[in-house]
Write a protein that binds this ligand. Sequence first.
Ligand SMILES: C[S@@+](CC[C@H](N)C(=O)[O-])C[C@H]1O[C@@H](n2cnc3c(N)ncnc32)[C@H](O)[C@@H]1O
Length: 257
Amino acid sequence: MTEDVPPVQPRPSASATRAMLGGTFREIGQDYDTYRPGFPERAADLIVPQHVGTAVDLGAGTGKFTERLIGRADRVVAVEPSEQMLAVLRHKLPAVRALVGGAEAIPLPDASADVVTVAQAFHWFDREPACAEIARVLVAGGRLGLLWNTPDPDCAWDRACYDVAHPGLADDEAAAEPDVPGFELVEQEVVRWTERITRDLYLRRWLTVSSFLAAEPDRRAAMVAELEQILDESPETSEREVLDLRHATEVFVYSSR
Ligand SMILES: C[S@@+](CC[C@H](N)C(=O)[O-])C[C@H]1O[C@@H](n2cnc3c(N)ncnc32)[C@H](O)[C@@H]1O
């Protein structure tokens, strides 16, 4: 399964929609950290191939990608609007400087970051001002890494569950490159990896995904029933308590123009 949405999920067009869905993250810090998957080291290798001075993880959440930056930079900074998410991050990663803030007004000086990373969050940003802010805080020649965990297209049962959460999102759309004004794509890779996960944790994980969080209780219960039916009927998952869940982490690396 994936976390939240992939690169070209139709983006929230109205700021009110964005605020409503973004607000769901404010309520779930510990659950988010318990149930969501992490990211493979290979993704961090691509974005930060050499040790740097300062790496900033924007929309850092509870630090699931931030922790991959530790040891790759002298200073790791997490910027995140949700206090609840940041509270978990601070507890887990005390060496990280954790700042409340959004991508559209990053609370850092000009040219203060060698690398900015955005894991599973770029689609929440107000694109133009966020990209201008990222360019402002990056040093000349600095790198921007965007990444998303997406369902491995060969993992049919997870793909079917994904369609319950994000109906109508076509496969070809999911593979497209995000539009990042003012930046040039320098590297792109899909990193495939497998996670062993219990069925129970897999189902609970979906409850932390924004479309489940935002659904009315009856609709949410119906969506969970659909997931259970998929797991009951798929040959790779039926009657199994531990599942081999395949992920495809899409990584896009940019430099500012
Ligand atoms: C799906 S979570 C990803 C969190 C973390 N990067 C990870 O991969 O686990 C999306 C995060 O983006 C944050 N977010 C939403 N809108 C944002 C904005 N405008 N600027 C910065 N972060 C934002 C949310 O609070 C949430 O923590």
